[in-house]
Ligand binder design. Sequence first.
Ligand SMILES: [Fe+2]
Ligand SMILES: [Fe+2]
Length: 271
Amino acid sequence: MANVEHEYDFQGASFDLGDERDREIVGFILSQALFGEATGVYCGQSLYAARSLEAARFYVRQARQELNHLELFADIFRLLEMQPVPGHWVIRAMSSHNHYYPLKVLMEHAIGEGMVLDIFKDVLLQTLPEDHPQVPAIKKKLASVCREELEHVQWGEQETRWVLSQSPWLATPFYGILELQLAFAPLILKPFEAESQGHPVLSHLPAFLEHVNQRVWRQGQELGFVPQQRPGPLKRLWAMGCGLALLVRSQLSSARSTLDKTYLAELGFTR
Ligand SMILES: [Fe+2]
Ligand SMILES: [Fe+2]
């Protein structure tokens, strides 16, 4: 992921914020963002298991940024005079905190925040209608959120590379988890499928989903855990089984502190 310029082109399609149903759909998307930002705040918990001073610095900075994003999305609801709804179950499942550092950096930062960025920069920045009096100010806020989310994705990618260099065996479960995430993510859009035909924005959904799939796939290949050719169903199932097993194991593990053991070396006091 290199920039905050949009990658999928909605070709000028936008929602109509004067239309009740469109307002509900935009409210639904913003509600998922609001829930995601609320869970983003507890990345503060990651400080406990930060593996280096650099990681500690990142999580302090990220927690502050996510708290700002949370309040900023609340402002957007007020500006558009909308009421948020609870987070969708897929978003809840995908944004649950993981104590196991390798899964945290892959699932939350590299893939999870990568998809969040797709929605913010490709969907919201393009499809909120420019002619609405509040939208130009909202887009300014969103653009600054996108720049910070991009940093979070880049951190996830850097740390995923490091994790794989230390434990190359994680490549198979990581690949299985990516297949699972790609299988579950489209379920969020299911409620809108029936009305997508003829709607200026929703009619783009199948192509947009395909774009996200391909982008995440390439991202996994660049990070070195997705094979060049998609394996057959049996190998895929095996990888997903390995991914699920790692997920279950990670839920049973508790966070282990690091800096209390490494702070002298981290600060340069080595003999
Ligand atoms: Fe955020
Ligand atoms: Fe973030």
